[in-house]
Design a protein around this ligand. Structure first.
Ligand code: AP5
Length: 189
């Protein structure tokens, strides 16, 4: 199985590129952000809990996210592989993902790190907020999300380098050009 972690700051293009990877390689897609937004839309207890964190640009507690991840992963039958989009976001989540996959005789194949300068991230997310009305795409919340990214999520770059799975991707440029670089990395696996 091909288990791909797609990684990067808010607005780096994880969702955009995941859709293309899913289409080309026939993988299942787990976007933890999409899972949480669906729960909020459906007014579930989990959604009510998640909304407070998301609207404030903070991460949902690890224990909750790890449970959600495992249950979505196990819902895929006869999968060719999975793209993990927005998970892991902390060292604890990376440890949990590694353990969960090992229990199932699997491992992460590659971690694709989409690197994009901060001014471009801000421009993309403000534009998306204006077009789609996504509640956490306002300047104040985006700044909080970026602080959380640097303090809690970026340390995973070294974690995956140490694990031998790290692959840097320049996330600035055309969507097609970035996707071509991603395919080159995946096709080497
Ligand atoms: P999540 O939904 O994962 O948000 P995020 O990581 O902030 O990422 P985004 O969805 O904002 O951006 P993206 O990298 O997918 O970029 P996209 O392709 O959309 O998480 C939301 C919240 O949920 C978190 O803040 C947290 O509270 C919670 N959460 C989720 N997972 C969690 C976890 N594991 N643990 C704890 N809490 C968790 O692109 C962005 C925009 O740019 C789009 O408009 C797109 O069209 C445009 N764009 C993309 N590529 C390009 C390009 N090459 N050039 C120009 N524009 C581009």
């Amino acid at each position: 199985m091909l288990n791909i972690v797609i990684f990067g700051a808010p607005g780096s293009g994880k969702g955009t590129q995941s859709a293309r990877i899913v289409e080309k390689y026939g993988l299942n897609h787990i976007s933890t952000g999409d899972v949480l937004r669906a729960e909020i839309k459906n007014g579930t207890e989990l959604g009510k809990t998640a909304k407070g964190y998301i609207d404030n640009g903070q991460l949902i507690p690890d224990a909750l996210m790890i449970d959600i991840l495992a249950s979505v992963f196990d819902s895929f039958k006869d999968s060719k592989g999975v793209i993990f989009d927005g998970f892991p976001r902390t060292i604890a989540q990376a440890d949990a993902l590694k353990a969960m996959l090992a229990e199932r005789g699997q491992e992460v194949s590659i971690m694709l790190d989409l690197e994009v300068p901060e001014d471009e991230l801000m421009t993309r997310l403000i534009k998306r907020g204006q077009e789609s009305g996504r509640a956490d795409d306002n300047e104040e919340t985006i700044k909080k999300r970026l602080v959380v990214y640097h303090s809690q999520t970026a340390p995973l770059i070294d974690w995956y380098k140490n694990d031998g799975k790290y692959c840097h991707i320049n996330g600035l440029g055309t969507m097609d050009g970035i996707f071509a670089d991603i395919c080159t990395a995946i096709d080497k696996l």
